[in-house]
Each structure stands twice: as C-alpha cells, then as structure tokens.
Design a protein around this ligand. Structure first.
Ligand code: UDX
Length: 472
C-alpha cells in the first residue's frame, strides 16, 4: 500500500501549504490551485484558513489523507469576525485585510510549527507555502521558519501593474488627488493607460496612508516570494504580464483560468440555488441578462428599486442575484410591490447562483457585474459581454480593461436610474454594438480554451510551477 508519506517507490511525498484570505473571491482561486497541484503533480495539500468564512471543503475533505484543512486562530475568532468588512464601497477593505493579517500571525506561527513537526514524522514533506499576497505578515512567519513562499495574486495582471505604479504616482504628486472634484478624478493617467485617476481610488473610506502601506506590503509579498502566481492567461494580458516579470524580478506564472482547469473542490461559501439552471433551460439562446455583484458589493434601497424597474422596463429576461444583507440598511430584501407581476415570468431572483454554470449556459447573453476579478474572468472565459458597475478595490481597473482594452462591455456610470439601466441592458443584449462585444468576448473564450490545452501558455506555466515546487 502507498502510505501517505511515500509515493510507493520509497520517495517521500511532497506537500504544499496554502493560506487564502477568508473572502469568496480569494478562497475560490486558492482552492482551485490546490486542486490543480494535487491532480497534476500528486502533491498533498494543507490549507490553513482563518476562523471566519472557513471553506465548506474543510469539513468534507477532513477524511482525505492528502487534503488537510487547519483552522488558524480559533482563539481569536471573535476578533476576526469583527474585522470582516460588512460590504460595499463603504468598507475599508484594505485596512481590514492588514488587521486580519496581523491578527493571524501568532496563531499561524503555532500552526506552522506543529505542521512542520508532524512533517518530521509520518507526513508528506512540506515544500513551500502558497500565500495570498495580501498576507505579508503570514508570509514573514513562514520565512522565519525557513519555509519558501509563492505569492498568489487573485486579481488580474492589469491590477498588479497598476499597484506597482502606485509608489511612482505618489512620488510624482499625482496621488493622492489634490481634490475629489470630478474633473480631477477623470484625469487620464499617462503612466497607466487606459486608467484614470479615479480608477486608483480604492474605496471611499480607505485613507491614502492605509492604501500606501497595504500596497507596499502586497508588493513586498511578491518580491520576497520565489514566484508570483496569477489567475489569468497570456493571450489576455500579455503585455501587463511582461511588465510584472520585468518589474518584480521574480518568476511569474500565469496559470489561469483556474476555474476551467480545476475539477474538484467545492469553493462556494454560500449555498448555490441550482433551480435557476432549470429556469435558464427554458429561455432562448443568448437572451438572458445575468445580474450579480459578487460576495461583498452592496447597494442601497433606492438603487435596488431603480435596478428592479430598469430590468423590468428593458423587457429582457434576467436572472438577478440578491445576496442576503447586500441591501444597505435592511436585513430583508424588499423588492417593490408589483415587481413580480410586472416581470411576467421573464425574471428570476435568487440569493446565490452557481455562477460558473450560469455563465456557460447557452441562454445567457450578457452579465451585469461589479467586475471582481473572478467574475470578470469567468465571463470572459464563457464569451459573455458585460455591463460594468465597479464599486471598490480592483473592480474599477478591471472594468476599464473590459471597456477600453478588450472592448467586451461598457461601464454604467453615475447615479443608478431606471431609464439608464433599461438603455444599458438593451444596448448590451439587442444592439449591433452589443453583438460586436459578444463576438470579441467569444474570441477571448477561444483563446482561454486554447491556453489550457497541451502546449498552451497556462498549461506550460503550470508544468513550470510544478517543477519549481518539486525543486524546493
Ligand atoms: C472580491 C473583490 O470584490 C474583488 O474585487 C477581488 O478581485 C476579489 O475579491 P468578490 O466581490 O467576491 O471578490 O468578486 P469576484 O472576484 O467576482 O468573486 C466572486 C465569486 O463568487 C466568483 O467566483 C463567482 O463565481 C462566485 N459567485 C458569485 C457565485 O458562485 N454565485 C453568485 O451568485 C455570485
């Protein structure tokens, strides 16, 4: 029999340690990467995770020898929970991340020490820690214990390039902006086309100082690692990937789209309502607008109202995800009176959807999204054009690339109002321009498919990453 610690011919098995941050958009790609490393290279995996938003897989996989989940900081669970941003552009996401990182340091040191001790006995040998690049403190703990690290960036290359330029923009006095007036914020950044100054304004409540420290630590995490892993692909972000490799002087591995490569490991933190797939089965090809703003973004009750009537008035079939607690100031989501009758079966509302299955469904013709990187990439990989409504962090950068670089969607700017929504939905689903966007999105979908095949750029990058890990 093959013992967990050997590969059957007496060689000791290898184990990769991983540490995601406890947010949907970060847990998902980390678990997908775990799955890829396990299925491709037979690596055993230990996922360390915060005591909040623990992946559901932590329970399901407890029995599997080569898959382990370790809760870090059970003793500070209350403090960790209090740090979690309550959502939307109102949250100081960057500040919360840094405080969480600091809180998890000491408990992680304990957990890592124990894992390395077990390692000396019967476990597969730990080779390295793949750490979310927002956890610089956790990474330092590993460095002190002599464990090599790889940094996982869960955002796009476009975002990392922008973050790399942040210190220079501060040095030149471009950031922080002298005023928040519209003209100033709309100023194009010559150093980072097609971004504007406001695309670098991460959230209304994150101060410039917090952002500067957060990004300095993020870039340190990349520079101090043995390699940076990105969930993207060469044909999509070739020039930005080159800028990153040149600028950071560490190897860069573009190994995405991970959701099209990984096969196992459920990563959703909320229960997905599968019934919407049956509803989609009954709709015409490319006729439905899918509306979802990810796991953190939120809207106020007036925006909810305008969205509801904008969707109804567009007369386009829609599938709308309204996450619990995503409408500010009300625990229960109240759709306006008469909304349901007005949709006449043309619309469906769910609290959480199986998004990847939705986007690949033949009935879906467009996606109104907040442009979190996972949503953006998932839409691209299924050839679905987008209406972009970014709220905070990297979302503005992603939206800008969707509109200006890939030309597979457009941003919905300004105060949400039903007429503008109606027009935007019809523009995406019914116009010649929308058709062209869909055409370009399908072209990118084909490229995404090719890059994961044998000889494709992401497939090759995964091989190189595995070789690197095996060489440790
Ligand atoms: C967060 C930040 O918002 C984002 O800017 C950053 O890039 C990553 O972290 P989130 O807001 O959750 O992410 O958005 P996103 O990155 O798009 O991830 C959402 C994930 O949840 C996607 O993988 C999507 O498939 C999934 N999802 C979303 C569902 O499974 N069901 C849903 O109904 C909605």
């Amino acid at each position: 029999a093959i013992s967990p610690a050997s590969d059957g011919v007496g060689r000791r098995r290898r184990r990769v340690l991983m540490f995601p941050i406890p947010f949907q958009g970060h847990v998902t790609p980390m678990l997908q990467l775990a799955d890829v490393l396990r299925s491709r290279a037979g690596l055993a995996v230990t996922v360390f995770h915060a005591p909040v938003n623990a992946p559901a897989a932590a329970e399901q996989s407890a029995a599997e020898e080569d898959y382990r989940f370790v809760t870090v900081g059970a003793g500070v669970a209350g403090e960790a929970a209090a740090l979690m941003p309550t959502g939307g552009s109102g949250s100081d996401f960057a500040g919360a991340l840094m405080r969480l990182d600091a809180l998890l340091r000491a408990p992680f040191d304990d957990a890592l020490r124990q894992a390395l001790l077990a390692d000396d006995e019967e476990e597969a040998a730990a080779t390295c820690l793949v750490v979310d690049s927002n956890l610089r403190g956790v990474q330092e703990v590993a460095e002190r214990r002599g464990v090599r690290t790889l940094a996982l960036r869960t955002g796009g290359a476009c975002c990392l390039v922008a973050y790399m330029a942040f210190p220079e923009l501060c040095g030149k006095g471009v950031l922080p902006p002298l005023s928040r007036d519209q003209l100033q914020l709309d100023m194009p950044l010559d150093e980072l086309p097609p971004l504007r100054l406001r695309d670098m304004m991460f959230s209304a409540t994150t101060t410039h100082g917090t952002m500067a420290t957060c990004l300095e630590r993020l870039l340190d995490s990349a520079r101090c690692s043995s390699g940076v892993i990105l969930n993207t692909f060469d044909d999509l972000e070739n020039s930005d990937l080159r800028k990153i490799a040149n600028g950071l002087s560490v190897p860069v591995y573009a190994i995405g789209p991970l959701h099209k490569i990984s096969i196992g490991q459920e990563s959703s933190l909320l229960t997905q309502d599968q019934s919407c797939l049956e509803w989609l089965d009954k709709q015409e090809a490319e006729s439905v607008l899918y509306v979802s703003f990810g796991s953190l973004a939120s809207m106020d009750s007036q925006e909810l109202l305008e969205t509801a009537w904008g969707l109804v008035d567009s007369e386009i079939p829609f599938l709308w995800v309204i996450r619990p607690n995503s409408v500010q100031g009300s625990e229960q989501t109240c759709l306006p009176d008469g909304f349901e009758e007005a949709t006449r079966g043309r619309g469906m509302v769910v609290s959480w959807a199986p998004q990847q299955d939705v986007l690949k469904h033949r009935a879906v013709g467009g996606f109104w999204t907040h442009n979190g990187w996972n949503s953006t990439l998932e839409s691209i990989c299924d050839g679905v054009p987008m209406i972009c409504r970014p709220q905070f962090a990297d979302q503005m950068i992603n939206a800008r690339y969707v509109q200006e670089v890939w030309k597979i969607g457009f941003e919905l700017e300004g105060k949400l109002e039903r007429r503008m929504i109606e027009r935007a939905v019809r523009r995406l689903l019914c116009s010649e321009e929308g058709k062209e966007m869909r055409h370009r999105a399908k072209d990118l979908k084909n490229k995404a498919t090719t890059c994961i095949e044998k000889g494709g750029s992401s497939n090759t990058a995964i091989d190189m990453l595995v070789n690197l890990i095996m060489s440790f």
